[in-house]
Design a protein around this ligand. Structure first.
Ligand SMILES: Cc1ncc(COP(=O)(O)O)c(C=O)c1O
Length: 355
């Protein structure tokens, strides 16, 4: 079969992935046939993974980036599953639970099912942020982990991370921040979300989202080594003695691509991308508001607006890759590949549809 062209990013407005930085693309190709899952054999990619963790720890304001532990996962899902697994393994109680806001990514549902952990879902407030009173009511001595989202998938909201961390630790639980999407934008905002803002235990941050690395490159980071130690299993046939990752063989392309992207873009390149994305989100929110749609104020560069279903369907038919929130709003993620010109075309098409 003749291979179809990969999709163009021109009309992709729903994805949390983007075009990789050229240096990241090149590095990924170069390291395609390496396996960081076997670090004693593939030593150069193992060294690059250590560099990836150090860079991710810098982005997330870890107090000592050179001591941070973590690894490049297959994505946010694996990082979140592993955070739940680590907290479960470290908790004394037999049957444990994890407290997750209803704005939490569905990967936590997968984690709970896979790990046989009870999922306690708590509501969000009118601004789509986790209600701390609900978390306080949900935790008890069998709670292994509290999850806060820093850049929620549907509305780009940042939970009150310091308050949630206090509640978690007072209950004897661990605190995980899911900054899978928001992690490369948040350093340029006033939000409290990082290792420096609260004593969070683990954190998800994905280079293959706003980090402009090629897929697959997610990230799991931990404040200290014990979180990763709790994931390690013995590896009898490898030269190294244990492995903390969920997958065995892994793509070196993701690791090398992540390092190249971060070395090229941290910090000014990411700042420029974040500023451009924020300006685009503000512009789109204003354009939709002017046309009478109810718009959710974009805290991070993600716009949700109550566009009626027939208009949404017509946009899809016109080739726009847009998606909807669970409540049915149009959702546009202003990733680095999304341009002002592209958004103008979207709004022009919407005007045409409404005529
Ligand atoms: C906040 C958040 N966490 C986790 C994930 C899952 O990431 P992945 O699709 O890379 O597994 C996503 C995906 O969009 C996300 O938005």
């Amino acid at each position: 079969m003749q291979q179809p062209e990969p999709q163009s990013f021109d009309r992709v407005l729903s994805s949390m992935c983007t075009e990789p930085h050229p240096a990241a693309r090149e590095a990924a190709e170069r390291y395609l046939a390496t396996n960081p899952g076997d670090p004693a054999t593939y030593e150069s990619i193992a060294a690059l993974e250590a560099r990836a963790v150090e860079l991710l720890a810098t982005v997330t304001d870890h107090p000592t980036p050179t001591d941070a532990t973590g690894y490049v996962t297959s994505g946010g899902t694996e990082a979140n599953v592993q955070a739940v697994r680590s907290a479960r393994n470290r908790h004394d109680a037999g049957d444990v639970n994890v407290v997750v806001p209803e704005s939490g990514h569905f990967s936590f549902h997968k984690a709970a099912e896979l790990l046989d952990v009870e999922l306690r879902t708590v509501p969000v407030d009118d601004e789509y942020r986790t209600r701390t009173d609900a978390v306080e009511a949900a935790v008890d001595e069998t709670t292994a982990l509290v999850v806060g989202v820093a850049g929620s998938t549907e509305y780009g909201r940042v939970d009150p991370i310091p308050a949630l961390t206090r509640i978690a630790h007072d209950a004897g639980a661990r605190m995980h921040v899911d900054a899978a999407w928001g992690g490369f934008v948040l350093p340029f905002t006033d939000a409290d979300w990082s290792f420096a803002d609260a004593p969070v235990d683990t954190l998800t941050i994905d280079p293959h989202k706003f980090g402009q690395a090629p897929v697959p490159a997610g990230g799991l980071l931990a404040r200290d080594a014990a979180a990763l130690d709790a994931l390690a299993v013995d590896t009898p046939y490898l030269e190294t003695r244990s492995q903390a990752t969920l997958t065995g063989t892994r793509s070196g392309a993701g690791v090398a691509g992540a390092v190249a992207a971060m070395e090229a873009l941290w910090r000014e390149g990411y700042r420029e991308a974040a500023d451009r994305a924020a300006a685009n989100a503000e512009w789109l929110a204003a354009a939709l508001d002017e046309r009478g749609y109810d718009v959710v104020d974009p805290e991070l560069p993600l716009v949700a607006a109550a566009v009626p279903e027939p208009e949404f369907d017509a946009l899809r038919e016109a080739g726009w890759k847009v998606s909807r929130t669970a409540s049915g709003e149009l959702r546009v993620v202003c990733m680095p590949h999304v341009t002002r010109e592209g958004l103008r075309r979207l709004v022009a098409d919407l005007d045409q549809i409404r005529r």
